[in-house]
Ligand binder design. Structure first.
Ligand code: 2AM
Length: 170
């Protein structure tokens, strides 16, 4: 099962971001829909059912505070042709949570990669040309009170993320 841990904006924030994104990039055909918005904490890749059970038990013991974050920076990675929205200043609480999740993944034998953590919400993938920078500035203040384990599924409509479990940030 292909899976990842992430934080997810609440429905109102996600819709506001989606409205803004479709106003800024009306010509981009591959804009990610609001229901797929998330910021990955750690990408786990393929995990088996035994790893899944242990992972869930370990995550049950995570104690972490909730936090607010401003999503106010837009960028484009040419290598992955990804247009993204990110916190200009990532809160320590987010980075610490990502470290905790990565360390749990490592303890499970999942190689979570050595790349520097760049928290981001993907707005579009596989854009043919780099989209123009937005005319409307981004500044979305979002409160994160939980984090989630998702399964990534590929069906005829494209990629779909199924929430398997959510844990409260308190
Ligand atoms: P992305 O949004 O920049 O593509 C599910 O695929 C999530 O895990 C996405 O947010 C994706 O980031 C992230 N991710 C991180 N490493 C990945 C990898 N090696 N393969 C696929 N997705 C990865």
């Amino acid at each position: 099962m292909r899976s990842f841990l992430s934080i997810t904006p609440d429905a109102d924030s996600a819709l506001a971001i989606e409205r803004w994104s479709s106003l800024c990039w009306p010509a981009v055909s591959r804009l990610v829909p609001a229901q797929n918005y998330h910021l990955t904490l750690v990408f786990l890749g393929e995990i088996n059912s035994e790893q899944l059970g242990t992972l869930q038990e370990m995550l049950d013991n995570v104690q972490h505070p909730s936090f607010e974050m401003s999503l106010n920076e837009v960028g484009y990675w040419p290598e992955s042709t990804t247009l993204w929205l990110a916190p200009g200043d990532a809160p320590e609480a987010l980075c610490d949570l990502a470290v905790k999740c990565k360390s749990i993944a490592n303890r499970l034998g999942i190689k979570a990669g050595k790349k520097r953590y760049h928290p981001h919400l993907t707005l579009a993938r596989k854009t043919k040309t780099p989209p123009a920078m937005p005319l409307i500035e981004a500044d979305f203040k979002v409160q994160f009170d939980s984090f989630q384990l998702y399964q990534s599924l590929l069906d005829s409509d494209g990629v779909r993320y199924k929430e398997l479990q959510s844990w409260a940030l308190t």
